[in-house]
Design a protein around this ligand. Structure first.
Ligand code: GLN
Length: 547
């Protein structure tokens, strides 16, 4: 029988429910339990694909092409297993299903209501992954905070499920224990209130994970247990950590996994083998050098907008035993004139994915600088498309070259819309999404990096390289080295004679995990390290000549 763990949050948002859920899953997985995590988001968008990254951070794409919440990225990075469309459900999707069913006469004349129809549909989806019999444990994270009006149907669904699943279900509630500096005290009242609010809605947590800046002393744990109706060993301290990747070990120290297993009536399983994880952490904590990579984008002030890229750089840094310092560079303020002064001190540049024309010329100027100076360059999706535009304008002599996304009237559309996309007017889920095969040219840098000539990577875009220009690019040393074997669409470009110039139409960042850092990111960070070493060697040589 599959066991279900629900992770709820109280007091405030941004407590890190996703990281706690992923850490718990990691520990359970390490004990030999097959585990998956799903997220239920209480907003009305059918999926986060149409959400502005300013609102909700990055949109994460799964193998099967679902546009999902960025927490799914954490799940994959921690568990090293794939998630799918079924792992992320929103209120919009639930209502869409129920309304479609109502229109199709599926409710046989009944009045369709939040309870039972919406809650039944929520419950059905909460149990879906468990019913595949692939998992011993399904962890469900509820987005939002207890007490939000929009969270009510989810809390009600979990309340009902707790009865239906009897002992096979557990509620882990994440809460905050603030430290009041003036009083020099940790305060439990917000936690008490949040648990009280939950219990008014019929749900009593079994385990409390308490986010705190200060250690929770024993008496405080006793007090929380007493007032919140949980056993004392189920009050878990979650101290702020230097890195999100420390959290599984912190949770192991606090025995979160053991207490959950015990309350679910499961054996301890095997002793968790986290040696690979610890090896990664060691490299992360004790780097031997530092490289600085410029991230050129338009959401640079927002950490979450490029979440998977930043995490992939962390994984790749650890592999290279170096710290990757990311310098955020706003493409809107980059120009041909200031590109050199803004970029010359970097060891490499990464031009980010994106939509729309804001800051686009700055991206093109940055790519030109990287191409001409020999600075390692990685362009992802829009970053790759702009590399093509830059080359077309400045080398092929096509002054109006652009993507037809930015300039629909150009007659030099080196990046243009795929035929099958042209008739689509709806926004959500209408891009080239999810995993596609890509064939690599033997002998190319990409083939060397991947150690393979057939790869699969995830996509999220509407526009493509225009194959009519292929030969002209190739003749000048700008080589499409990766293509889709079925459609012939260009997936990777490289530059002959450049130390590291790679543009990819797909998103490698989605597939980088702690245990399997993405080879392209690993090679990119290595190229940055090499570039730095060469620069310092050149400076040293110049200095010795002066002496
Ligand atoms: N806007 C571009 C397209 O739709 C690139 C998308 C992206 O960078 N993810 O093709």
């Amino acid at each position: 029988m599959t066991k279900y763990i629900f992770v709820t949050g109280g007091v405030t948002s941004s407590l890190g429910k996703g990281i706690i859920a992923a850490s718990l899953a990691k520990l359970l997985q390490a004990r030999g339990f097959t585990t998956t995590i799903q997220k239920f988001d209480p907003y009305i968008n059918v999926d986060p694909g149409t959400l502005n990254p300013y609102e909700h951070g990055e949109c994460y794409v799964t193998e099967d092409g679902a546009e999902t919440d960025l927490d799914l990225g954490h799940y994959e990075r921690y568990l090293n297993t794939y998630t799918s469309q079924a792992n992320n459900v929103t209120t919009g999707r639930i209502y869409q299903y129920v309304i479609n069913n109502e229109r199709a006469g599926g409710y046989l004349g009944k009045t369709v209501q939040v309870i039972p129809h919406i809650t039944d549909e929520i419950k059905r989806r909460m149990k879906l992954l468990g019913e595949t019999k692939q998992y011993d444990i399904v962890i469900t994270e509820l987005g939002g905070t207890v007490g939000d009006i929009e969270s009510l149907p989810y809390i009600e669904a979990v309340r009902q499920l707790k009865w239906e699943l009897a002992g096979n279900c557990l509620i882990v509630h994440l809460t905050l224990i603030p430290y009041l500096k003036a009083a020099k005290e940790l305060k439990t009242k917000p936690t008490q209130h949040s648990v009280k609010l939950m219990s008014e809605q019929g749900l009593i947590p079994d385990v409390l994970v308490c986010r705190t800046e200060q250690p929770l002393y024993k008496d405080l744990k006793r007090k929380i247990a007493l007032f919140c109706n949980v056993t004392q060993d189920a009050v878990i301290e979650a101290m702020d950590a230097d890195s999100i990747y420390m959290v599984p070990l912190e949770m192991m120290r606090e025995k979160l996994d053991l207490i959950c297993l015990q309350k679910l009536g499961l054996q301890k399983g095997t002793d968790p083998d986290l040696s690979k994880w610890k090896e990664f952490l060691n490299k992360l904590r004790y780097p031997k050098s530092t490289v600085t990579i410029g991230l050129i984008g338009k959401y640079v002030e927002l950490q979450d907008a490029y979440k998977s890229i930043l995490e992939a750089l962390i994984h790749a840094g650890a592999m290279n035993e170096c710290k990757v310092e990311v310098k955020n560079i706003h493409s809107e303020y980059l120009t041909k004139e200031n590109a050199e002064s803004k970029l010359e001190s970097l060891d490499a540049i990464l031009v980010a994915p994106g939509f729309g024309s804001r800051g686009i010329e700055g991206k093109i100027d940055a790519i030109r600088y990287a191409r001409e100076s020999g600075m390692p360059f990685l362009g992802i999706c829009l970053g790759m498309q702009m590399a093509c535009v830059e080359f077309a304008r400045n080398v092929l002599g096509l002054p109006r070259a652009h993507s037809t996304e930015m300039d629909p009237d150009t007659n030099q559309g080196v990046i243009c819309m795929m035929e099958e996309q042209k008739s689509i007017t709806q926004m959500g889920g209408t891009m080239r999404l999810g995993s596609y095969a890509c064939e690599l040219q033997p002998g190319s840098l990409a083939a060397e990096i991947y150690g393979n000539t057939l790869i699969n990577e995830r996509h999220r875009h509407r526009y493509e390289f225009n194959n009519e220009y292929r030969e002209r690019f190739e003749q000048e040393g700008f080589v499409p080295v990766g293509k889709n074997p079925k459609s012939d669409l260009v997936e990777i470009v490289e530059m002959k004679g450049h130390p590291f110039y790679v543009g990819v139409q797909f998103h490698p960042e989605y597939k980088s995990t702690v245990e399997n850092p993405h080879p392209l990111f690993v090679a990119f960070v290595k190229a940055a390290k090499d570039a730095q070493e060469q620069r310092s060697a050149a400076v040293e040589k110049a200095n010795s000549l002066v002496i």
